[in-house]
Design a binder for this molecule. Structure first.
Ligand SMILES: NC(=O)C[C@H](N)C(=O)O
Length: 353
């Protein structure tokens, strides 16, 4: 029955899809649209106010007629949300659809239009769950489609260039924006409003897009896509993992709230090298004793969280996120918990992925 439903969903998507004329010399790229500011519309081209996820995929593609010279384009609307409203269920739907499409010999790559607020998390989720070497490129915009100097059309064109380029094969899931290409693992939103919002604080961009050409400078060494053990093709729900922010003089009872509400894993966005306030530390020990997996990450925007620095992980039963920020660590822990709740095994994942 589940399989049947999945198939029905896909036929429905195909019915709403757009399709450009075929040129057999061009690669075939499918655009999956999820909403975001790139599909945002406002009442004025000069005021800041707009609603994300308003315009359908057809409108986004119509704004870049040049893209049809780069690739044969098909479009599907997977969701229409601001990415602040992104859900596990859209992540799962995306991962399944991407995997189904990339299995086909007539699909060469995928571009996903997505809001920027949580794009880094979706990109990492797909980096760990897509089972193909073919390029998957996420893209967004910081100015709505109706704004003066909207950045969406240029970003979308560039993302299609990256997805169409054979040199993008095998690099994991990518984010292309503002003429830069990032690994989905490392990219994060660093500025609330700037068009140069995406950065990878620990690694920098992998490459650049300029004048319709792609140039690479770095490659990704951590496991992803075809080397990943995480498979969500038959998963309908992800384990509940929450993040607790660290600051001076926090209220430790926030930990009780998480422990009493079915949370299977907790990411602590600790201070410095993932350090914990003493009363929170006590609660963390209680949580790990109950079998909740607790990962120490950091609210600092760059660097690694290391085992047994100032914090005694052995005594607390905690593990560390390595150089993943709290929201990326949450993605990996959700996937890890599908396989095991053994902290030692999960720690290995955090050193591998
Ligand atoms: N620039 C953006 O896309 C922000 C928007 N709130 C979103 O994430 O959907």
């Amino acid at each position: 029955q589940k399989k049947k439903n999945q198939r029905a969903e896909i036929t429905q998507e195909a019915a709403t899809a757009t399709r450009s004329a075929r040129d057999k010399n061009l690669p075939n790229i499918v655009i999956l649209a999820t909403g975001g500011t790139i599909a945002g519309a406002g009442t004025s081209s000069v005021s800041a106010g707009y609603t994300a996820g308003k315009l359908p995929i057809e409108d986004l593609l119509n704004a870049v007629p040049e893209a049809k010279k780069v690739a044969n384009l098909d479009g599907e609307q997977v969701a229409s949300v601001g990415s602040q409203a992104m859900t596990d269920s859209v992540w799962l739907k995306l991962a399944k659809r991407v995997n189904q499409l990339l299995e086909r010999s007539d699909v060469d790559g995928i571009v996903i239009t997505h809001g920027t607020d949580t794009q880094g998390e979706t990109a990492f989720f797909l980096d760990l769950t897509v089972k193909s070497n073919k390029p998957v490129v996420l893209v967004g915009a910081m100015r709505s489609a109706t704004a003066i100097s909207a950045d969406g059309p240029k970003n979308l064109y560039d993302a299609i260039v990256v997805a169409s380029n054979k040199s993008s094969i095998g690099r994991g899931v990518l984010v292309a924006m503002n003429e830069e290409i990032f690994s989905g693992r490392d990219v994060t939103k660093m500025n609330t409003t700037s068009t140069a919002t995406f950065q990878a604080p620990n690694t920098g961009p992998l490459g650049y897009i300029y004048d319709g050409k792609v140039s690479w400078y770095h490659s990704v060494l951590r496991k992803h896509t075809t080397q990943s053990v995480f498979d969500v093709m038959h998963v309908d729900e992800l384990p509940k993992v929450d993040i607790l922010y660290g600051y001076s003089n926090p209220d430790p009872t926030l930990m009780d709230c998480l422990m009493n509400n079915g949370t299977k894993g907790i990411i602590i966005a600790g201070v410095g090298n993932g350090n914990l306030y003493p009363t929170v530390e006590k609660k963390v020990k209680e949580a790990t004793a109950k079998g909740i997996v607790v990962v120490r990450a950091s609210r600092a925007v760059s660097g690694r969280v290391t085992l047994n620095g100032e914090t005694d992980d052995k005594a607390l039963g905690t593990i560390v996120s390595d150089d993943l920020n709290p929201e990326k660590a949450r993605v990996l822990l959700q996937l890890a918990l599908l396989k095991t709740s053994n902290p030692a095994q999960i720690q290995e994942y955090f050193f591998e992925y």
